[in-house]
Design a protein. Sequence first.
Length: 126
Amino acid sequence: MPGSIDAILQLPQRKLVVAQSDVYLDGQAKNEIFILMVEESRGSAGGRAAGSGHRRVERIYGFICDGGECTKFFESGDHDKVDQFDVPYSAVAMDIRLSDGMQYVVQGIVDSGLVGSYRSVISNLK
């Protein structure tokens, strides 16, 4: 399914994952997960200050996971909306488990405060 959280997480495009808690999609634990798809220009060095070029988020997905099911509740590629979300520059390599139990590594962060700020941004967009 192209819009499923598993499919989005496995896209080859660079992404940042921001989650309420550790990401184990094969479990029953409740979680809120945002996926920020990163657009990179030629010459960008991972978005670091020493690199030339730029890095910015081009699309954001929001999922609520509970009881082994993840439902997409937010998606936007509108640059005016996307620019209102803080980008977590402190993201690190993060081990996650996909719905089928497969281990996968993404760049991300577990930060309930940042998830709360994303929720606030979404509620102000409506």
